[in-house]
Design a protein around this ligand. Structure first.
Ligand SMILES: [Zn+2]
Length: 249
């Protein structure tokens, strides 16, 4: 006990605060390092955040720091209003988008944004990704939504903050909840994914990229291809997620 008190006394104030956030800094660091490993990012594109809802903060990648120079301690701590709470570096330029989503979606613990090639190509084409096969159905029963490009007013205003609302509005317009679908494309821009944990958000980002790639190839091979039929959608989703799920490939 005395050891704990002693070490707290001799630590600078900033370090004590950082320690309180160590678990999300480590989670955010590990998840960020998955992006280059999964070939979802080039240079410094992309970012992952990890939230602690009880503390009302999230850890996010610093802006412009190459992946091989990252460390858990470099993850910046930000509150759900987008204000930096701890850390010496500038948080990712997409921080306000993450803050808006954490503030409004109580069940998520991680968010990922990348410019991964195939998902971004669909976003640039302003197209939802149609459900063409059972790989897609294993994860989602619907097309991956694509939000429209942002309005000029939103772009000229607080762009990153408005991007969060663009995501929420697009889901609302389609009658979807953030718990039903954990991925979206922003028209002209790229994908955002989320999940109950940062690991799940990264997993969703990699799955989305693979689905985007497969859908493109499918349309190239057969431009007349039809969406997956309902019976296969239902079968595949339920064997992985339903009460009698038995999927474990
Ligand atoms: Zn971006």
């Amino acid at each position: 006990m005395s050891k704990v008190i002693k070490s707290a006394i001799f630590q600078p104030q900033s370090q004590i605060n950082m320690n309180k956030y160590q678990h999300i800094q480590e989670a955010a660091y590990k998840a960020n390092m998955q992006l280059p490993a999964l070939e979802l990012v080039l240079f410094t594109f992309g970012n992952v955040s990890a939230a602690d809802k009880d503390l009302g903060v999230f850890a996010i990648k610093p802006s412009g720091v190459p992946y091989d120079e990252l460390s858990p301690a470099k993850m910046v701590i930000v509150d759900f209003e987008g204000k930096t709470v701890a850390g010496d570096l500038r948080p990712s330029s997409d921080t306000l988008t993450h803050a808006v989503l954490y503030k409004h979606w109580p069940q998520i613990g991680g968010i990922v944004h990348t410019h991964s090639t195939y998902a971004t190509a669909w976003a640039q084409s302003q197209r939802c990704i149609p459900i063409y096969g059972t790989t897609h159905a294993d994860h989602n029963t619907i097309d991956i939504p694509c939000a429209p490009p942002m309005d000029d007013e939103m772009i000229r205003g607080n762009y990153e903050y408005e991007t969060g609302f663009q995501i929420m509005n697009a889901l609302a317009k389609k009658g979807l909840s953030y718990e039903e679908i954990e991925m979206i494309l922003i028209g002209n821009h790229g994908p955002f994914t989320w999940g109950t944990t940062p690991e799940k958000a990264v997993y969703n980002s990699a799955v989305l990229e693979r689905l985007a790639h497969m859908a493109l190839l499918t349309e190239q091979i057969n431009p007349e291809v039809k969406r997956l039929k309902d019976s296969l959608i239902k079968k595949h989703f339920e064997r992985k997620h339903g009460p009698g799920s038995y999927y474990g490939q």
